[in-house]
Design a protein around this ligand. Structure first.
Ligand code: C5P
Length: 198
């Protein structure tokens, strides 16, 4: 069985948590596509060459979750050749047997426009910054500035900008607990599965 769930949205909206929970619930594989861009940004040197040669060791570095790695990722993510080098890996992951969940910025719009389910997960910038700050610590105002700067760059770039697919289900997690957000995501997927069976 092939079944793709595309989960997009801005930084720290809860995509990762929701994706992992949804993948565990349905027994699907999960790919955090942000990690690919973080690994390219962290590698240094020519980002296009880095994207073309990305390997498992690059993806297992332990410094990919920092604010600096997020910023470096969003800078290399504006380069069309970097994005092009990562397309095939993501598409073949999406079509693997047994179902797949991919989270990122352009999964529903560019990587998997035919995904069976598309979710666009958002939350207010303040709530997202608070969640990220609880993970990384430091100065909360700086974390908020980082989140806003990264969203702006991701939304305004010419290639594969951050935006919801026309047929995406919008999920605003500002006022939702993790459990409630996961529950809504699972409901949207089950609804789609039932339609597929009908
Ligand atoms: O999701 P995460 O915060 O790890 O993503 C880091 C950065 O990688 C994003 O800010 C964005 O610039 C880039 N990215 C992207 N397309 C994706 C996933 C991430 O451009 N599908």
């Amino acid at each position: 069985m092939q079944f793709t769930v595309a989960i997009d949205g801005p930084a720290a909206a809860g995509k990762g948590t929701i994706s992992r929970a949804v993948a565990a619930h349905f027994g699907f594989a999960h790919l955090d596509t942000g990690l690919l861009y973080r690994a390219v940004g962290a590698k240094g040197g020519d980002p296009v060459a880095a994207a073309r040669a990305l390997n498992d060791a690059d993806l297992s570095r332990d410094d990919l979750r920092t604010l600096a790695a997020g910023q470096a990722a969003s800078r290399v993510a504006v380069i069309p050749e970097v994005r092009a080098a990562l397309v095939e890996f993501q598409r073949s992951f999406a079509r693997r047997e047994g179902g797949a969940v991919l989270d990122g910025r352009d999964i529903g719009t560019v990587i998997c426009p035919g995904a069976e389910v598309k979710l666009f997960v958002t939350a207010s910038p303040e709530v997202r910054a608070r969640r990220r700050w609880l993970e990384v610590g430091g100065d909360e105002a700086l974390v908020l500035a980082e989140v806003i700067e990264r969203d702006k760059r991701d939304a305004e770039r010419a290639t594969a900008p951050l935006r919801p697919a026309a047929d995406a289900v919008l999920l605003d997690t500002t006022e939702l607990s993790i459990d409630a957000a996961v529950h809504k995501a699972i409901e949207a997927i089950e609804k789609r599965m039932e339609q597929g069976r009908a």
